[in-house]
Design a protein around this ligand. Structure first.
Ligand code: GLN
Length: 467
């Protein structure tokens, strides 16, 4: 499918229509049910497309008119399920729209499908969904990456124009890198979390997956900004699309990771990385190697902070207020039984870990150490940005790995997020852009980060580097 920007031009020129495009995509989705990329299709999509065509006919299309959007299944869309990829919520239908969903609808976007995901957003591979694994669109022996696995896959296979995902430690950027698309985790608080089922609230951030940076900016502009229903939201720029083609300065400074950190990457990633640096150099970049020796302790701190928040957030899935209920309902332990039946192994592991850290038994003092690490990461990254324009690094140390390769080794699965969690701990925006393929034909992604609130700058650089 064409990018949204091209599609929009074609509707304006009368060479296609929203109804025609939506019908085509609905047919494609119908034929793609076996992929596990998505869990539900919106039955109202054609009606919405008719509405959109009317706006075009009146010459007044709204900013996302006719854009087909896939929605990760932890984001509430009224009238559709929000299973979070879990048996626990297999029958849960939210009664209201998330703020981002309301804004997409108001801007003329069409929510076409709910996308598959790792259970409750816990995972790096797309393999922990109760509804089945997602496999890489380029080679089905490999994973898509997670946890926004379905969102990346539907964009990569042109089943939607764009998709929403959530990124707590890398869940948008990882699958975007593995599937060869653009994945944005914006500044913490830039897009409302209202209506997004939480994993770890102090790190959770909704973001976008698209085929290109223009569509990323359009969608970001439409959904970002203050929301009275989420007190952590802030007013970052939401006029990024209009400045996206402004020229970059003739000279700019790019922060890089030291070589001893990069040696964790596989050769194909390093090759693509050094090619990207060559390109940056021709664009006027001057490089500065940063002291990033805290990167090794980001994942451990991330695991402590997210598991404690998850163990408290997920307490609401108790089979009374929300969630799967065991058939053995008269058993006085029905809550225990229901949670045992409803959650998968990875979620249970995290709930146990988080509950353990929260007990006084934790002789390691893990929580206070993790909080200190988080403060240190924040400070170091803020300081780094006083002397550089952007930070540039690989999104992942490897390309997509084989299905089941890391399933029995949670530590190696968690380390898939080696290069991504620092942006969540510090809150800064980060984008993964596709830069090519390895010799097995698997996509490679590179990551750009800027200081909080600088999405407009992030998109300008991302677009220029991709061109
Ligand atoms: N892969 C990470 C995890 O499993 C990140 C998940 C996310 O960003 N939601 O915790």
């Amino acid at each position: 499918m064409k990018s949204y920007s091209e599609f929009r031009k074609e509707v304006i020129n009368n060479s296609t229509s929203c109804v025609k495009n939506t019908q085509e995509i609905l047919n494609k989705l119908d034929n793609a049910k076996e992929t596990n990329y998505f869990l539900e299709i919106n039955n109202d999509a054609l009606k919405l497309a008719e509405e959109s065509d009317k706006y075009y006919q009146k010459g007044k299309p709204r900013p996302l008119e006719g854009m087909l959007v896939g929605v990760k299944d932890n984001i509430s869309v009224k009238g559709m399920k929000a299973t979070c990829g879990s048996k626990m919520l297999a029958n849960y239908s939210p009664v209201y729209d998330a703020t981002a969903i309301k804004r997409i609808k108001d801007a003329g976007g069409i929510l076409i499908c709910k996308t598959n995901m790792d259970e409750l957003a816990m995972g790096s591979s797309g393999e922990t969904s109760y509804f089945g694994k997602c496999k890489n669109p380029y080679n089905d022996e490999y994973i898509t990456g997670g946890s926004s696995s379905g969102s990346a896959a539907v964009v990569a296979t042109s089943l939607v124009h764009t998709a929403l995902g959530s990124d707590t430690g890398g869940s948008i950027r990882l699958p975007a890198a593995f599937c060869g698309v653009v994945g944005l985790k914006p500044t913490y608080g830039s897009i409302s979390r209202y209506g997004m089922i939480p994993f770890a609230s102090s790190l959770d951030q909704m973001g976008t997956i698209s085929a290109n940076v223009d569509d990323t900016a359009l969608l970001f502009d439409a959904i970002s900004g203050i929301d009275d229903n989420d007190s952590t939201t802030s007013n970052t720029t939401n006029n990024t699309f209009n400045t996206i083609n402004e020229p970059l300065p003739n000279n700019f400074k790019v922060g890089l990771l030291p070589d001893d950190i990069l040696k964790n990457c596989k050769e194909d990633i390093l090759k693509a990385y050094s090619k990207s640096l060559d390109k940056l150099k021709t664009m006027g970049a001057e490089f500065k190697v940063l002291n990033f020796d805290f990167i090794d302790i980001c994942v451990p701190a991330y695991i402590v902070l997210t598991t404690i928040e998850a163990s408290s957030n997920l307490a609401r899935l108790d089979s009374v207020r929300y969630g799967h209920r065991t058939e053995d309902i008269d058993n006085e332990e029905y809550m225990y039984l229901s949670r045992g039946e409803g959650f998968g192994i990875e979620v249970k592991r995290r709930l146990l870990l988080g509950t353990y850290y929260l007990t006084n038994d934790d002789k390691l003092n893990a929580i206070s150490k993790a909080k200190k690490i988080r403060q240190m990461v924040k400070r170091s990254i803020n300081t780094a940005f006083s002397d550089i324009d952007i930070m540039f690094m690989p999104t992942t140390a490897t390309t997509a790995f084989k299905c089941n390769e890391r399933s029995d080794d949670p530590v190696s699965m968690y380390l898939s997020d080696f290069f991504t969690t620092s942006a969540n701990l510090s809150g800064v925006p980060a984008i993964s852009i596709p830069v090519g393929f390895n010799d097995k034909g698997l996509p490679i992604g590179m990551q750009i980060q800027v200081n909080s609130g600088e999405e407009a700058k992030l998109f300008k650089y991302a677009k220029a580097i991709m061109e």
